[in-house]
Design a protein around this ligand. Structure first.
Ligand code: PLP
Length: 475
């Protein structure tokens, strides 16, 4: 047996040689991202600079605590990384550091939200957030009821540890039903009202939320995860004037790495200590400083005039897509969009969001099934959600999004024909997709179109699989 000293030092072997199996999977995923049309509204493509931070030795360091108050030594550089991130985060939203603070340690959006609840509520306090089928997020509370089993189930931990009552969008207009929220808040008397959601194509009336919160003694939180890039650039209203707390993810329209942030008002209510302590030690351990560095680097970009133009283009592209689909005779929920996403109601076409999502997947168009106004259950959504941030990062403009709408139209027409033959079961439908020649032809055109745009984050020339049609079948 070789002695430990004589064993090979593996710490500098590149992934390609160290773990060819994982290397190959990453190369396959790069190929997929490059030759597909990425339309998931919560996704984006980060820059090479952000990726460099993520792949840096900052991942090695434990830094429990806050800058200059850590539990371990060796944090003199890390402290500067985290402080730079805090400074840029406050600057990105034009916040006065005397009045607002930020915690940049949440691992992602869900832990950020739970940290706020842990900090500011007591167990079983009442929360009101937008209902999941109305475009809300699970972390804002969600229950299901099974008639068959006769049981109510708290799907989200928010509804396990707190009592949640949702508000909804008006099924006719697709806009938030502020009257219902007002009426129900008056009865329910929530401790916290949450604005923000995952599939809402309109801006938020923060003044109205504040009025309702104040009338009932509730705190007001905005979860701006989806629109934080648009808020930073003034392309959506700022929630900071009206809210007590604002949470966000950093990987959606903000285009950073996966992470979360919590902004809190600094006043006599002492939110700062409560929130910092909820993040650590209550919920998390050591912060992911490589992520925090990557967020900081992205926030530097967010402050540039180019990022403002990018955000404007995101909105223009979403609108171009919605307008084109509407001109083809389709139904767009709420009649359009004011932000980065479009909700397409497929009920008039008699196809479910799940089936259409699968048909799009078969041609390398990535979007997701989604509830649309009027849907009762999140299990069989009646439409799809389409987002512009990722492909706008790849330099697409309005005319490109009109082309995408044409592709989406073609896929839908092909899917309707397939459904006619395969019958209602999704299993039979999915099997028929694989061999359909029309979809095959659309896929080839999608691949050609997608690969004609630049790809951020990694060099296409050094990729293992550079065929626009994808890796060979055996890989
Ligand atoms: N909040 C909103 C509004 C979201 O849309 C999401 C994710 O899509 C989250 C929170 C959760 O973020 P994460 O997936 O990073 O936990």
């Amino acid at each position: 047996m070789t002695s430990f000293k004589d064993m090979e030092f593996t710490g500098l072997v590149p992934l390609k040689d160290h773990d060819p199996e994982m290397f190959d999977l990453i190369e396959q995923e790069k190929s997929r991202q490059w030759r597909s049309l990425e339309l998931i509204a919560s996704e984006n493509f980060t820059s090479k600079a952000v990726m460099e931070c993520l792949g840096s030795p900052l991942t090695n360091k434990y830094s429990e605590g806050l800058p200059h108050a850590r539990y371990y030594g060796g944090n003199e550089v890390i402290d500067q990384v985290e402080e730079l991130c805090q400074k840029r985060a406050l600057a990105a939203y034009g916040l006065d550091p005397e009045k607002w603070g930020v915690n940049v340690q949440p691992y992602s959006g869900s832990p950020a939200n739970f940290a706020v609840y842990t900090a500011l509520l007591r167990p079983h306090d009442r929360i009101m957030g937008l209902d999941l089928p109305s475009g809300g997020h699970l972390t804002h509370g969600f229950y299901t009821y099974s008639k068959k089993e006769g049981t109510r189930k708290a799907v989200s931990a928010t509804s396990v540890y707190f009592e949640s009552l949702p508000y909804r969008v008006n099924p006719e207009t697709g806009y938030i039903d502020y009257e219902q929220l007002d009426r129900d808040a008056g009865l329910f008397k929530p401790a916290l009202i949450i604005a923000g959601g995952s599939a809402y194509p309109r801006d938020w009336d923060y003044a109205k939320f504040r009025e309702i919160a104040d009338a009932n003694g509730a705190l007001l939180m905005m979860d701006m995860a989806h629109i934080s890039g648009l808020v930073a650039t003034g392309e959506q209203k700022s929630p900071f004037e009206y809210c007590d707390v604002v949470t966000t993810t950093t990987h959606k329209s903000l285009r950073g790495p996966r992470a979360g942030m919590i902004f809190f008002r600094k006043d006599e209510r002492g939110f700062e200590n409560r929130i910092n302590q909820a993040v650590f030690p209550a919920l998390q351990g050591g912060p992911h400083e490589h992520q925090i560095a990557a967020v900081a680097t992205q926030l530097k970009e967010v402050a540039t005039p180019e990022f403002k133009v990018y955000s404007q283009q995101v909105k223009k592209n979403a609108k171009a897509l919605a307008d084109k689909l509407a001109s083809l005779g389709y139904t767009i929920a709420s009649g359009g969009t004011e932000n980065h996403l479009v909700l397409w109601d497929l009920k008039p076409q008699n196809i479910t969001g799940s089936k259409y999502e699968k048909a799009c997947d078969a041609v390398c168009i990535t979007l997701n099934k989604n509830c649309v106004p009027g849907d009762r259950s999140a299990v069989t959504p009646g439409g799809v959600r389409i987002g512009a941030p990722a492909l706008t990062t790849r330099k697409m403009v309005e005319s490109d999004f009109e082309q995408i709408a044409e592709f989406l139209h073609e896929v839908l027409q092909a899917a309707l024909k397939i459904q006619e033959k395969s019958g209602p079961k999704i299993k039979d439908f999915a099997a028929a997709l694989e061999t359909d020649p029309e979809l095959q032809s659309i896929k080839e055109r999608v691949n050609k179109f997608a690969t004609s745009f630049p790809m951020p984050g990694f060099d296409v020339e050094t990729m293992k699989y550079q065929d626009p049609n994808g890796p060979p079948a055996s890989s």
